[in-house]
Design a protein. Structure first.
Length: 223
C-alpha cells in the first residue's frame, strides 16, 4: 500500500446554516464527506439532492457523498449526475449493487459501497474491482459523535488482504468515531481513506486537525 491517505471531513458536524464558511475551513481536505440521510434507512434526516447540488457548486474540495437512504438503485445516480466525485450507497439498500456501481461509473463518479456494522464483507471479496471505494462503518450509521467500533477493523484487514492479493486499486474507507486516538489502528488494519466529523469540525482549526490526522495515518502505514 502506498503512503497516500485521504482525509474526508464530514459536514454532518458543521454548522448547516453557514455551510459556505464551513467548507472554506477545510481546504486541506481531500474530499468533503456529505452524509445524506432519509429518516428511513437511518433514524435521522439531513438533506437531499437540492442541498448537495449547492454544496457541489460551492465547495472548493470534491464531494464524497455517503447515501444512508433506502432504494439506492433509484436515487444514487442523481447524485453522480449533479457532479459528485464519489457516490457511496449502502449494500443493504441496493437490489443490484454491481449494476448500480457500473451506472455510477458510467455517469462519471467513483462508485462506493458501504456496509453497516452487522453486515459482512465476504460477498464483496470476489467483486472488489466493481467498486472504487468500500466503506466499512465504524459506528451504527445515523449520527456523528459516536464511539469508534474497533471490532469492525477485522473487516478492513480482510479487505486489505484481498486488495493486495488481487492488486486492486479500490480505496478502503472507515467512517464513524475516527479521531487522533483511533485513526492509527484503522490505518494499521489497512484503511487508506478516513472520514472524520467531530474530530475535524470540533477542532479550533479544522485544517490543523486534518494535517494531524493525516500524519498519524501515514505514520501507521509506515510500520
Ligand atoms: C454517521 C456518518 C458519519 C459521521 C461521522 O452516520 O456517516 O459520516 O458524520 O461523525 P464522527 O466523525 O463525529 O463520528
Ligand atoms: Zn458518513
Amino acid at each position: 500500500m502506498s503512503d497516500s491517505v485521504r482525509i474526508n471531513p464530514s459536514i454532518l458536524a458543521a454548522d448547516f446554516v453557514n455551510m459556505q464558511a464551513e467548507l472554506a475551513r477545510i481546504a486541506a481536505a481531500d474530499f468533503v464527506h456529505v452524509d445524506v440521510m432519509d429518516n428511513h434507512f437511518v433514524p435521522n434526516l439531513t438533506f437531499g439532492p437540492q442541498m448537495v447540488e449547492r454544496i457541489q457548486a460551492t465547495s472548493p474540495v470534491p464531494l464524497d457523498v455517503h447515501l444512508m437512504i433506502t432504494d439506492a438503485d433509484r436515487w444514487a445516480p442523481g447524485y453522480a449526475e449533479l457532479g459528485a466525485a464519489s457516490v457511496t450507497f449502502h449494500l443493504e439498500a441496493a437490489t443490484d449493487p454491481i449494476g448500480l456501481a457500473r451506472r455510477l461509473r458510467q455517469i462519471g463518479a467513483r462508485a462506493g459501497v458501504a456496509v453497516k456494522p452487522a453486515t459482512g464483507v465476504d460477498s464483496l471479496l470476489d467483486v472488489l474491482d466493481e467498486f472504487d471505494q468500500i466503506l466499512v462503518m465504524t459506528v451504527e450509521p445515523g449520527f456523528g459523535g459516536q464511539s469508534f467500533m474497533a471490532d469492525q477493523l477485522s473487516k478492513v484487514s480482510r479487505l486489505r488482504e484481498e486488495v493486495r492479493r488481487r492488486g486492486s486499486q479500490v480505496w478502503l474507507q472507515v467512517d464513524g468515531g475516527v479521531s487522533a486516538s483511533t485513526i492509527a489502528q484503522a490505518a494499521e488494519a489497512g484503511a487508506d481513506t478516513f472520514v472524520a466529523g467531530s474530530a475535524v469540525f470540533g477542532a479550533d482549526d479544522p485544517d490543523d486537525a486534518i494535517a494531524a490526522l493525516r500524519q498519524l495515518a501515514v505514520g501507521a502505514h509506515r510500520h
